[in-house]
Design a protein around this ligand. Structure first.
Ligand SMILES: CCCCCCCCCC/C=C\CCCCCCC/C=C/C(=O)SCCNC(=O)CCNC(=O)[C@H](O)C(C)(C)COP(=O)(O)OP(=O)(O)OC[C@H]1O[C@@H](n2cnc3c(N)ncnc32)[C@H](O)[C@@H]1OP(=O)(O)O
Ligand code: FAD
Length: 672
């Protein structure tokens, strides 16, 4: 069987209701319908064509993005799309643009950190896009260390104004998306100084450009920071540089929900915790987790379809083997497929957690903010690292053709990989999780019961006193055969015990240092490992929780169960050192886990194509010849090659200047 016949044949082997799975993936029937409608709308509109992106120069590329972003906004208004529909439309347009920062960070920063009055003034302008905003926090010298920012906002009580100033080169704002060429306004983070005293970093709304002619206002120097990794990719975004030379703004443009500055320059702290200044990052990190499952599922969809189409070796009956049938290919691909589903469900849960913490904050309940910070930071780190690695693995899974831009994978990697850095470097974020875990463990002795995602540390409190010996974990007695690994309680216990034991061991080591900060610095690599274990436990437990829900559709739950156990058992295999060294499982049980994993791959194999079809991606969104729905890869790849500008003429530009004289010279030399 060749070409276009392969994927229909694969689909005929499916053992579950794909339409029902599409709804599980989307989150609800309503979400599916909205998403499906928006995907078709974008795919059918030539204005959203994107297949030439990697061939455009920077200026052309950027102008093209301006056209698409403004056209998308026009369509949103014309069609009176809801916020949900607009969000999905943006998703399928699939091109980073200034509007992401306007809607994704500028608006949320004003909503989260502005007073009622400030929201009433600025949000209507932003909602109508009469002003365009960005989020100007990072500087040339400091990104991770927010308290180290150097831009100053000095209050001048005589004029009732703040003076925003960049005192050094390293205080130049550097990186904000949308800043370089488009934004008229920014939320600028600067050190607040009143009456000669410093009061930490706060957000200020600053107008950057004239609303008449778009020229930078006096005292403001502004530009783009230059080309970034990859062709096309994130170069559609005008990440910018910005300096202030004593720029004055009215006092009421400091975002004052957390701290108010009076006209005399007195600072009045509200009852809101200071950490709320970081609230926009919590919001965006949560959206980044949801986005990870999208990027990962996209890469996996391409690699899975192509692995079914591609054949190499093993011709017994004259037909070569589909590469998806090689166990090594399955062992690399299926855990990524499982991760896409796992990240989808943990993303759903995180959205719930974020909504819950936001409602509590509105009611002045700040108790769950530290957990929300730890979860968003940790899961952002875990999912983006895994997704960036997975996209690259998918490229390799597609062999040589994966390296072609036509596969869609190089651009996907280039556009995705900065997610490991923006909104917090992934290691820096794991260190935040580690701090949270160490604090939780240190409070166990005082009888404070951990709640939420750390409740397990309380449940296994007896472990804290013991010497972490093998016998203390119940799973030791529960797993005697490979199938025993398919018990949810066993799996959960294994991950909880591993994480708890790693946390306790790290806490005990920290206790050996006279100065805890010295200990934290010295042991930071170990602490990061404990943070990863904790975050992996969250993902596994949320997937297991999902399976407890009523999931309609023939065979759907069975497939999800298979994927859940593939996700967990593959992690167990990859981190076997942790599980064995903490005495959570025995070597024999580890070997049984591998047997079970292989068996699950065989169960997923006939359903693999349907499991990626359930993502419901259009060919437009996938942007990949290898991942085409119809599997017609070779003719289309051949066709695509001829579209390259190098093939516009038979002789390349430069033939007469370089190739011809070279060949003539060689000929001349050989005759001598
Ligand atoms: C209708 C039409 C719609 C049109 C449709 C369009 C739709 C588009 C929508 C798109 C939506 C979203 C897309 C968004 C696009 C995203 C693109 C990404 C662009 C990138 C942007 C950025 O990168 S912005 C800059 C981000 N920067 C960082 O992340 C910096 C990282 N550093 C930090 O977060 C902190 O400084 C760090 C935590 C590392 C250091 O803190 P620390 O040293 O501990 O010191 P302190 O600052 O003193 O903190 C102490 C205590 O505070 C706690 N804490 C820290 N952070 C937080 C937090 N975020 N929340 C709560 N609490 C926090 C910390 O735990 C300490 O607590 P303790 O109790 O005292 O221990
Ligand atoms: C594409 C892109 C878009 C961006 N958009 C925006 C935007 O819109 N607005 C905005 O304000 N910013 C934006 N940023 C900036 C981004 O938020 C920062 O780059 C990010 O927070 C990382 O900070 P940094 O660059 O200072 O890295 P650094 O902190 O300098 O990291 C360098 C290395 O040091 C390590 N490191 C740093 N601190 C520690 C520590 N305490 N312990 C151990 N290791 C450490 C890191 O792990 C990393 O390996 C963007 C960045 C990118 C790449």
């Amino acid at each position: 069987m060749e070409g276009v016949d392969i994927l229909p044949h694969e689909r005929s082997k499916t053992q579950f209701d794909v339409d029902a799975m599409k709804i599980v993936w989307a989150g609800s029937r309503h979400a599916f319908e909205v998403s499906d409608r928006m995907a078709r709308l974008v795919a059918s509109d030539p204005a959203f064509q994107k297949d030439n992106r990697s061939r455009l120069g920077r200026k052309e590329l950027f102008k093209n993005t301006l056209r698409k972003a403004t056209y998308a906004w026009k369509r949103i208004l014309e069609l009176r799309l809801t916020e949900e529909e607009a969000g999905r439309l943006r998703f399928f347009v699939d091109e980073p643009a200034f509007t992401d920062l306007h809607w994704g960070m500028f608006v949320p920063a004003i909503k989260g950190q502005g007073t009622e009055e400030q929201q009433q003034k600025w949000l209507p302008l932003a909602y109508k896009m009469q002003i365009i905003g960005c989020y100007a926090q990072t500087e040339l010298g400091h990104g991770s260390n927010v308290q180290g920012l150097e831009t100053t906002a000095t209050f001048d009580p005589d004029k009732d104004e703040f003076v925003i100033h960049s005192p050094t080169l390293t205080s130049s704002k550097w990186w904000p998306g949308g800043l370089g060429k488009v934004s008229t306004h920014a939320v600028v983070y600067a050190r607040l100084i009143t009456n000669g005293e410093e009061h930490g970093v706060h957000g200020f709304i600053v107008q950057l450009r004239s609303l008449d002619d778009h020229m930078p206002l006096p005292g403001i120097t502004i530009g783009d920071i230059g080309m970034k990794f990859g062709n096309g990719a994130y170069n559609t975004m005008d990440n910018g540089v910005l300096t202030f030379d004593h720029v004055r703004i009215p006092r009421n443009q400091m975002l004052m929900r957390v701290l108010q500055v009076t006209s005399e320059g007195k600072c009045v702290q509200s009852n809101v915790p200071r950490q709320l200044i970081y609230g926009t990052m919590v919001f965006v990190r949560q959206t980044i987790v949801a986005d990870a499952s999208s990027a990962l599922s996209r890469a996996v969809c391409i690699a899975t379809r192509y692995s079914a189409v591609r054949r190499q070796f093993g011709s017994q009956d004259g037909v070569e083997t589909q590469v998806i049938d090689y166990k090594t290919q399955q062992n690399r691909l299926f855990p990524l497929l499982a991760s896409a589903y796992a990240f989808r469900f943990v993303g759903e849960w995180l959205k719930w957690l974020y909504t819950d913490v936001t409602q509590r904050l509105q009611a002045n309940d700040f108790s769950t903010l530290p957990e929300a910070h730890a979860c968003t930071a940790g899961l952002k780190s875990l999912t983006t690292t895994a997704t960036a690695d997975a996209i690259e693995e998918c490229r390799k899974l597609c062999g040589g053709h994966g390296y072609l831009c036509a596969s869609g994978l190089p651009e996907l990697f280039a556009v995705y990989v900065p997610a490991c850095t923006y909104e917090g470097d992934n290691v820096v974020l794991l260190l935040q999780v580690a701090r949270f875990l160490m604090k939780t463990v240190s409070q166990l002795g005082s009888g404070k019961k951990p709640i939420g995602t750390t409740a397990y540390l309380g449940r296994v409190q007896d472990l804290m006193q013991c010497r972490c010996e093998v016998q203390t974990v119940g799973i030791i007695y529960s797993i005697n055969a490979a199938e025993d690994w398919l018990k949810p309680s066993v799996m959960l216990e294994a991950f909880e015990a591993r994480s708890a034991r790693m946390c306790v061991a790290r806490a005990q080591n920290l206790g050996k240092f006279a100065n805890p900060e010295d200990g934290f610095a010295e042991l930071s690599a170990d602490l990061v490992e404990a943070a990863v274990a904790h975050c992996q436990l969250i993902v596994v437990s949320k997937f297991l929780d999902k399976l407890q829900q009523d999931i309609p559709g023939n065979g759907v739950k069975q497939q999800l169960q298979n994927l859940c156990y593939i996700y967990a058992l593959n992690l167990l295999h990859k981190h076997l050192g942790d599980f064995l060294s903490t005495g959570c499982i025995t070597p024999k049980q580890a070997s049984l886990a591998n047997d079970q994993l292989r068996s699950l791959y065989s169960q997923v194999r006939p359903n693999a194509i349907a499991l990626v079809d359930a993502f419901n991606y259009t060919d437009h969104y996938l942007g990949s010849v290898l991942g085409r729905y119809d599997g017609n890869v070779y003719p289309k790849l051949y066709e695509e090659a001829w579209k390259d500008p190098l093939n516009d003429s038979v002789l390349p530009d430069g033939y007469n200047e370089y190739i011809r004289p070279l060949l003539k010279q060689q000929l001349h030399n050989s005759r001598l």
